[in-house]
Design a protein around this ligand. Structure first.
Ligand SMILES: [Zn+2]
Length: 176
């Protein structure tokens, strides 16, 4: 049970709203163990190639949506810089109702100059993403690499704007 004092802390998470608290009750702030993680879910930030979308902006936007911090576990800038925002068994906020069984990875981009969905990954992002996926496959045996749009019951039309299964599914077989 969670004590009824404010600010409420669930694990190390400060609950920012009642709605958030209900969500935490529903899902719990932590996953049970490595076997809880069944999917590595890929996202894009839905920003244009000429638009800098910094970690600070991402964090601000996710806080505005009621999240404690960035909802993804990892974020990959266009220059290939990877930052981690949630601990690995922490429940993320990126793909309901799969947050409890997945790790969320987002790359900066996903829209072309006209604002249409497009695979805008830079070579640095591709390299960083593949390296991260390999690391995570080592940590979570049997996990599947999915695009946000591949997850049933979710609503994105395009995210992450490339075919994650086709591009990375094979890694599941070659990483022991
Ligand atoms: Zn997404």
């Amino acid at each position: 049970m969670i004590s009824e004092t404010y600010p409420i802390l669930v694990a190390d998470d400060e609950v920012v709203s009642e709605r958030q608290l209900l969500k935490e009750h529903e899902s719990g702030p932590r996953m049970e163990g490595i076997e809880s993680v069944r999917y590595l879910i890929l996202h894009c930030s839905a920003t244009r190639p000429d638009q800098d979308y910094t970690v600070r902006q991402l964090e601000r936007d996710h806080r505005a949506r009621g999240f404690r911090t960035v909802g993804y576990h990892f974020y990959i800038r266009r220059d290939g810089e990877v930052t981690q925002h949630r601990r690995l068994l922490e429940v993320g906020a990126h793909c309901r109702p799969f947050n409890r069984c997945s790790v969320g990875i987002c790359y900066e981009g996903g829209l072309d100059a006209q604002g249409h969905p497009a695979d805008t990954r830079t070579p640095q992002q591709r390299k960083a993403l593949q390296q991260l996926l390999v690391r995570l496959l080592h940590l979570f045996p049997g996990v599947r690499i999915m695009g946000h749009r591949d997850m049933p019951g979710t609503t994105p039309k395009a995210c992450p704007c490339f075919d994650a299964r086709q591009e990375y599914g094979w890694l599941e077989d070659v990483v022991p």
